[in-house]
Design a protein around this ligand. Structure first.
Ligand code: 5GP
Length: 188
């Protein structure tokens, strides 16, 4: 796919475009329809995992027609490394009490699954009425823990991706497409 939509300052860092903004939008339309159907008659609390899920959260919430509330959490991330340490720290907790509510974690990408596994166990202990996960991307080949991710945007191969909220060392988040970086950029 063409790199024409990539801003000039980033273009040389990009190996290939994996998913265009248009493809993401089409997939989100379908996911939102599915969620609307599954939650008909119920209110939903979306919990966005900062910062990678910001655009997904915004684009998904705007497509849903059921009543949604939003809250956010932040967990320790890789920093400028590209693999999970397995140790997760909560940097920002929820404002809302989720007991008795229908809750959906909105996550950018599930890689090893360690971050999400921690989050699910943590939120389950707060006794929500239900708890599901929506993730834009998953890398099944990298999974270390078995996790039920109810709503998945796309399965992708084991490549390091940025854009649409995903960063490397805080760069590239604002890209509208999801792209694979050249390995020399992230030093694999
Ligand atoms: P896990 O704990 O599943 O290994 O990692 C989850 C987190 O790692 C994601 O929320 C995301 O922040 C980060 N991550 C995993 N894979 C990628 C990737 O390909 N690109 C970027 N930018 N972040 C990733």
């Amino acid at each position: 796919m063409s790199l024409d939509n990539i801003p000039a300052v980033y273009r040389d860092d990009v190996q290939e475009v994996l998913l265009t903004a248009e493809q993401i939008g089409v997939r989100l339309d379908a996911l939102a329809d599915e969620i609307d159907r599954d939650y008909a008659g119920r209110d939903l609390l979306l919990i966005g995992v900062l910062k990678g899920a910001i655009f997904l959260m915004a684009d998904l919430a705007r497509r849903l027609t059921i009543p949604v509330a939003m809250d956010f959490m932040a967990c320790s991330s890789y920093g400028s490394s590209t693999t999970s340490s397995g140790t997760v720290r909560i940097l920002k907790d929820l404002e809302a009490d989720i007991a008795g509510r229908h809750v959906m974690i909105v996550e950018d990408i599930v890689d090893s699954g360690l971050t999400l596994d921690y989050l699910v166990r943590n939120l389950r202990s707060r006794k929500p009425a239900s708890l599901e996960v929506a993730a834009l991307l998953t890398k099944p080949s990298r999974r270390e823990v078995d996790l039920p991710v109810r709503y998945v945007g796309f399965e992708i191969p084991d490549v390091f991706v940025v854009g649409y909220g995903l960063d490397f060392a805080e760069r590239y988040r604002g890209l509208c497409d999801i792209v694979a970086l050249k390995p020399e950029i992230y030093g694999r």
